[in-house]
Design a protein around this ligand. Sequence first.
Ligand code: CO
Length: 214
Amino acid sequence: MAFQRFKAAYRSLFFPEPVKPPYLHICQIGDPVLRAPAQPVPPDLIHSPEIKQILLQMRQVMKKYDSVGLAAPQIGIPLRILLLEFSLKRKKQFGEEVYAAREMSLLPLMTVINPEMKVDDYKKLEFPESCESVRGYSAVVPRYRAVTLTGLNEEGESLKLQSTGWTARIIQHEMEHLDGKLFIDSMISKTFQNDAWHRINVHQGRVQIQFYVK
Ligand code: CO
């Protein structure tokens, strides 16, 4: 028995058990969880320890990766939950000119369970967009100018958010995650780019895509 235990311990050094979802990292394109339709959260389970843990980890990952949005499938959980946020720090990163041109607005951190989206303005705006699950790349994606999002907050109470411009874009992007879609399915394909293309030339190819953020 001691030998069996030793063998198992020795083996785990070289073949570690895969970590189980909810992850503290973001799944990458190719992972089937990003392509499967996510299931609604049964309302009576919103206060369960399991859902609370998923919400907690989604917030941790969102903060760690400094994202504007996160859908539960991105941490390996096929449930209809998303987070949205547009902070003052983000506004400063973009600068006043881009902030105005892309119709951005501030949005405090918001949790939406079982979200539903209604299009209010079918006019499409074309701006570049990226996704933590397609790390290192971006593309221009046409998105509806205005949408209304409804759903439940983390307390299970109804919420409603009317949005335009960039917030509407973030919502459409995150809603697609819940239906197994990624921005590459809606992008103008010729605009798809590796965001490091210029650095790759400067550094003679010695550039890495990081899949982990401390
Ligand atoms: Co995404």
